[in-house]
Design a binder for this molecule. Sequence first.
Ligand SMILES: [Fe+2]
Length: 400
Amino acid sequence: MTDFAILRAPSEVLFGAGMAAAAGRVAASHGHRVLVITDPVIASTPGFATVTDSLSALEVTIFSDAVVDVPRSAVDAAVALGESVKPDVIVAVGGGSVIDLAKVTALLLAHGGPLENYYAVQSVPGPVVPLIALPTTAGTGSEATPVSVITDPATEMKIGVASPHLIPRHAICDPLLTIGAPPIVTAHSGIDALSHAVEAYMAAREEPTVDLVLGRPQVGKNLLSDTLALTAAGHIARNLARAVEDGSDLEARTGMLYGSLLAGIAFGNSGVSAAHALQFAVGAATHTSHGLGTGLLLPYVMEFNRPARTAEIAELSALMGGDAIEQVHALGLQIGLPASLAEIGVDQGDLRPMAEASVGIKRLIDNNPRPLDVDALEAILDAAWHGDPERLRAVGLATA
Ligand SMILES: [Fe+2]
């Protein structure tokens, strides 16, 4: 296998406590008219005030009606406001849903709708309105990725719009903005960041060709995504329980935000796989958060993939001070994740239809290091439904 490396990332990353105050000067480098996108909770926080104070010399319009899971109504409202403002730059302050809304708003303002035109990979024709992303959770890594996950109004399923043009031009990562996130948000978004790091590190790997690297925003495991993912996993594993326990622990918040940023850059280039594919179905059926689902499923997916990724599991285990799969499983329970899919109300009879719905998400399924079919996905779901360690170990023996 030929070594190769790909790095598509924000042009500028400013990371550290206090960096939110840089937003104004960074925005001014793009022009005078600014559209700020946030949600009603973030809009009332001191961190948000730091950002808007820094923008005071510019012409600022604030859209504060972002909604979790990015429904079409929020996209339409943000785009309508954007059409009246004609912003030179968009500033997104919030979690993954806010930044994902800002990405599709920047896309639709630059190239017009409807959004369905951009569902296919590499269908965004050129640069979008410049975006400055300031994450308020350590989780999605959306400040650094080419992906925007929205809810398709026709199917109510999540769908990813992916293009290198959607990578925010600037990522301003200030851990002070994450201090106010409540423990459950810290837990779910943080374990999602760990899922990004682990799924990037264990992703499929293809023989590199020019068609591969230019044909897709996410190209599978490579040297740079490996380096970033492994470093990210270490930061997250060391800091997640601390950040959930004491949200004011700035050192833990800093480690988490750094880990989620690196995990975002890693999977932004490599892609993620089965835990994310299965979460789309679990989330749609149970209305549980994205991170709850990916975090709960992650150890089962790792175990299924263990035979194909023994070296990677060994590296992760060395980093985590014990078998990586047991460590990830234990960390999930420690931060309060439910122990099984049964516990969040999934019927055992729903597992097969969930596996059938997930197998069609080709971008994620094809990126898994072991081939996946409906039976294999059902075996992973079944082990996670029971939630006991014995079945967890057995899922590695399932065949696809
Ligand atoms: Fe995720």
